[in-house]
Ligand binder design. Structure first.
Ligand code: ZN
Length: 211
């Protein structure tokens, strides 16, 4: 076994010991159930660990991660996580968190074929096409990349707001707000993109469902 593999098993034992040293009932209490106030939709990137960034303890954040924090409304995995979070756990906030330096977003700006992932990246390319006039007007490539990361996170918030799950929750008077963030890999800080959506009146008319 590699040293790394052994190390992570040891780390787990140490982590359990540390938790029990503070509270003997820590795991028994957690095992009783969860009531997280937040659903996090983030990138799979290993440098963007949801809990750590926001100082959330086990039990405080329900997490869905994929390449480039996409909300693809035919993705059964995402829809199942969202449905459970909204309708069973009754989360009050959903945060879509993108991050600067995102490999998925970068790939969407280029033309390289990487493999089957090309088909996932296409969802991100669709976001580029929607904003191509603005994005193409940014001459500096890094600035354009950063702007695309921000726009992509915002678009995923809008996609969330158009789902039947979220519109139903709002119709039922549920307290649910969607947010878009971007995380800085080289600073550790998140930026709130101020796309806080909390009712379906804010949607383009064509997306509004009469529920
Ligand atoms: Zn990423």
């Amino acid at each position: 076994m590699s040293n790394f593999y052994k190390k992570i098993l040891e780390n787990n034992k140490k982590w359990v010991e540390d938790k029990l040293a503070i509270d003997l009932n820590y795991f028994e209490d957690l095992a009783k159930g969860q009531k997280p106030p937040l659903l996090w939709i983030g990138c799979s990137d290993s440098r963007v660990p949801a809990n750590e960034i926001i100082g959330a303890k086990p039990g405080e954040v329900f997490v869905h991660r994929n390449i480039a924090n996409m909300v693809v409304h035919s993705d059964m995995n995402m829809l199942s996580v969202l449905d459970y979070a909204v309708n069973v756990l009754k989360v009050k906030h959903v945060i879509v968190c993108g991050h600067y330096g995102c490999g998925g977003v970068k790939a969407a700006m280029g033309n390289d074929s990487i493999g089957i992932i090309d088909n996932w990246i296409r969802h991100i390319k669709n976001v580029y096409r929607l904003h191509n006039v603005y994005l193409d007007s940014i001459v500096d490539e890094t600035e354009r990349f950063n702007a695309f990361v921000e726009i992509n996170a915002k678009e995923q918030v809008f996609d969330l707001s158009r789902t039947s799950i979220v519109q139903n929750a709002w119709k039922n008077g549920q307290d649910l707000t969607l947010h878009g963030w971007v995380y800085g890999l080289n600073s550790g800080f998140v930026t709130d993109l101020n796309v806080n959506v909390s009712s379906n009146n804010e949607l383009d008319e064509v997306y509004q469902l009469n529920l």
